[in-house]
Design a protein around this ligand. Structure first.
Ligand SMILES: [Zn+2]
Length: 396
């Protein structure tokens, strides 16, 4: 009898898969992980995309502080994608948000429902232990269909995973790949020591501290747009790698460090430095959190370093003041955007005794952007030196 039910289920799945043309989960699954001694569980089940890209939700209980973070996470996703959120307890496809009980931060992967033609059901999202807006964006990304970044099927090209825990195994293609590059700094990535020291190290150890960061990246939102087919009929001429925002087709979604409707502006009150020659110049720049509408809970101060045309800009760190060294640099940190793809997260620095603190960062970007981010009002500062050279960057 049980086999018969499984067979019927498999047939339904097969037809619904063909009908939807979607990437679908093909198994029931339970994930468990351990973080800060709190058990996190993540359930996967047969799911669909949210019908018409609308996430219906309601709150099952009260906690004003967490509710404010949930609303910020919702606003962040809505401002960068075509996903819409609708508070409706009676919708046929909905998420129940629980802010009390179960000291957890978890969500099902995939929207409720058995198929595109039957988007009916409710999933529970538990957010009591989600401590940042990014953590809640992480959970909503699960409910929208995204797996963890460290379980992408191509992850072994970027990481050396030695843990054998069930939940760290590679997941199916579909919603995990094809929608953008693997990113160590993704909001969907766990920190490298989650399952034990060194059991999920990046191949490029400069990225170790970056894993587990909870800023929401440009590609995190891009991947949701790709998965849900969010595009504007008229494309703007976005600059610097931006694309027309499916949230509002009159402006662009911009890579970090670029602003304005067309991503051709710099941050107001930013630091603009000129590397005048090949002699090192040194500077200390303060930074701290300040409230900003529409943010992911972090405030970033941007530094733009310009050098001679076609030169290489070199930057090396000399000191961090009141920057907190944590796995994932989760409070504040420094990101020198030297990677060839300026849209992807470069290695983040928050520890003076770990890579990539002592690196000489070489960048062919002119200007090269440094992002100083923080979610604490505690004043921090970074000291670094910079110059330009005529050496060409060797891309690795
Ligand atoms: Zn997760």
């Amino acid at each position: 009898m049980v086999r018969l039910i499984h067979l019927i289920g498999a047939i339904i799945l097969l037809f619904s898969y063909a009908y939807c043309g979607l990437s679908r989960l093909n198994e029931h699954d339970i994930e468990e992980s351990y973080s800060h001694k709190r058990v996190k569980r993540q359930f996967e089940r047969l799911g669909t995309k949210w019908s018409y890209g609308v996430v219906n939700y309601y709150y099952a209980d009260k906690n004003n502080e967490i509710k404010e973070m949930v609303e910020s996470a919702i606003a962040y996703i809505a401002n960068h994608t075509c996903i819409r959120f609708n508070e409706d307890q009676n919708a046929v496809q909905r998420v129940q948000i629980r802010m009390q009980q179960n000291w957890l931060c978890q969500s099902t992967v995939g929207a409720p429902g058995m198929s595109m033609s039957k988007p009916i059901g409710e999933l529970s999202m538990l957010v009591q232990s989600c401590d940042t807006i990014g953590s809640i964006v992480h959970e909503f990304s699960h409910s929208l269909g995204r797996f963890h970044e460290h379980t992408r099927p191509d992850r072994d090209n970027f990481m050396k995973v030695t843990t054998t825990v069930h939940e760290a195994r590679p997941r199916p293609s579909g919603m995990t790949t094809m929608y953008g590059p693997f990113e160590h700094g993704s909001v969907m990535m766990y920190h490298a020591d989650t399952y034990g020291p060194g059991t999920m190290d990046p191949l490029d150890m400069d990225y170790k501290q970056t894993m587990g960061n909870r800023r929401v990246t440009f590609y995190d939102m891009y991947k949701i747009n790709q998965y849900y087919g969010c595009w504007c009929s008229k494309q703007l001429e976005c600059k610097n790698g931006g694309y027309t925002s499916p949230s509002d087709c009159s402006r662009c979604n911009c890579p970090k460090g670029f602003f304005g409707n067309l991503c051709d502006e710099r941050q107001q009150d930013s630091y603009e430095l000129m590397a005048v020659n090949n002699l090192w110049q040194s500077i200390t720049i303060p930074f701290a959190y300040k409230p900003e509408p529409g943010s992911d809970g972090f405030y970033s101060t941007f530094v733009y370093i310009t050098g001679k045309a076609n030169s290489t800009i070199e930057i090396t760190l000399e000191g961090l003041q009141d920057v907190i060294c944590t796995a994932g640099c989760t409070v504040n940190g420094v990101e020198i955007k030297f990677k060839e793809d300026s849209k992807i997260t470069s290695p983040v620095v928050c520890c003076t005794d770990k890579p990539p603190y002592k690196n000489v960062f070489k960048s062919s970007h002119n200007p090269t952007i440094i992002e100083l981010y923080s979610r604490t009002t505690l004043p921090s500062a970074v000291t670094f030196k910079y110059r330009f050279t005529n050496d060409k960057v060797v891309l690795g």
